[in-house]
Ligand binder design. Structure first.
Ligand code: ZN
Length: 385
């Protein structure tokens, strides 16, 4: 959890939409939440009022996983929250199951296109047909080569061979490609694509500089009154409204409470995702300080520059701890778990933490600060260069 969360501001307070309901966060922008069967128990999805080829409707941002609960919540949204209009397209920020899971069902149901980066489209199609990257034999062997010896943990990784395909059984056959710097016209508003790396292959965040969030609490409508369309106050700095400077649908690249997962996977065993992630964060530096950030997990917040600084500091501290440990004696990734994660990890968390641990070692290795050598036991150990 973010120890400096108090530096961020939540303009909507603690109000969150119930499953199947929506909350208007800006003119034509509706927030919905779907349940997830994990410790991270929800995902935020967004509905943007749109018009395509003269047809009025909605653009969906992200989908939820494939299960009956999520489908039922979507059916309720379709019946009650689309003002009788159709879905015109489905935009997916990245290939992780909670984001792309139901894209096949949504695009078939509404006969519309999936929009996503080419890299994540391809990665999702591969992952939905294999066990690559998220579990199975190769993942277990990869973690073992980084020092994970606990037989229960390795058995858990092997057993997770259907992890991705279970939540993403299919990906649409065709798509429309999103690329960094592209500007999409969504309902007459310009949304610019900002690519980000290190969390997913090619994550796309969306920035609307000319769309503004709801007035800041306490002038925000009471929870019971938030279901109706929100009137745009027209930019007047009245009613205690915060200065409003654009919206950012940040996906998983910027989350207010948890640090984004940055992991090395067996598919790309020498990768340096932490450097990619930290470099990608710089792309948000040019956005207005009071941009309303709409994250995939947690609540809409302002303070994106504080948040990116917190993330840089968080990882700099973790890297310093890893460096100090490896300078004392050669270490493998499993030995870094108690250094990086102060809390006790259960078996499930351990397997995910391994990817993060390797990511920190690789950042220092690629930067030339650590050397890596495989021991006679086949385990990679890292020592000061
Ligand atoms: Zn993700």
């Amino acid at each position: 959890m973010n120890p400096n969360e108090a530096e961020l501001h939540y303009p909507l307070g603690d109000t969150v939409p119930a499953p199947g309901a929506t909350l208007d966060v800006a003119p034509g922008v509706r927030w919905l939440r779907m349940r997830l069967p994990f410790a991270l128990d929800h995902i935020n999805l967004w509905l943007l009022r749109d018009r395509q080829d003269g047809v009025e409707g909605w653009t969906i941002i992200d989908c939820g996983i494939t299960d009956d609960t999520t489908r039922a919540a979507w059916e309720q949204v379709f019946a009650e929250r689309l003002d009788g209009l159709p879905v015109l397209r489905v935009i997916v920020t990245h290939m992780h199951p909670d984001h792309i899971g139901l894209s096949h069902w949504l695009t078939e149901k509404w006969k519309c296109r999936l929009w996503i980066s080419a890299t994540d489209f391809s990665a999702a199609r591969v992952a939905s047909h294999s066990t690559t990257g998220f579990g199975g034999e190769r993942s277990a062997a990869f973690f073992a080569s980084h020092g994970l010896t606990d037989p229960d943990a390795l058995a858990k990784v092997r057993a997770r061979s259907n992890y991705y395909a279970g939540m993403v059984p299919r990906v649409p056959d065709s798509y429309r490609r999103l690329m960094d710097g592209m500007t999409l016209d969504i309902g007459g508003h310009a949304w610019r694509c900002i690519a980000g790396y290190g969390h997913a292959p090619e994550h796309i965040a969306l920035h609307a500089p000319n769309l503004h969030g709801a007035p800041s609490a306490p002038s925000a409508p009471a929870p019971g009154a938030t279901q109706g369309p929100l009137r745009d106050p027209g930019g007047a700095p009245e009613l205690g409204a915060a200065r409003r400077s654009g919206l950012l649908i940040s996906g998983d690249m910027l989350l207010p409470r948890i640090s984004t997962n940055v992991s090395v996977y067996d598919l790309e065993p020498e990768s340096d995702p932490l450097a990619l992630f930290l470099t990608s964060l710089k792309r948000f530096d040019s956005l207005a300080a009071d941009t309303l950030v709409l994250p995939s997990h947690g609540k809409p917040f302002t303070g994106l520059h504080a948040r990116t600084r917190q993330l840089h500091e968080h990882h700099a501290e973790r890297l310093a701890e890893v460096m100090a440990a490896c300078a004392a004696q050669p270490c493998h990734a499993a030995e870094m778990l108690p250094v990086l994660f102060k809390r006790k990890l259960d078996l499930h968390q351990t397997t995910f933490a391994m990817g993060e641990s390797i990511a920190h070692l690789h950042a220092l290795w690629h930067a030339g600060k650590l050397l890596r050598r495989a021991g006679d036991d086949g385990v990679w150990r890292f020592s000061a260069a």
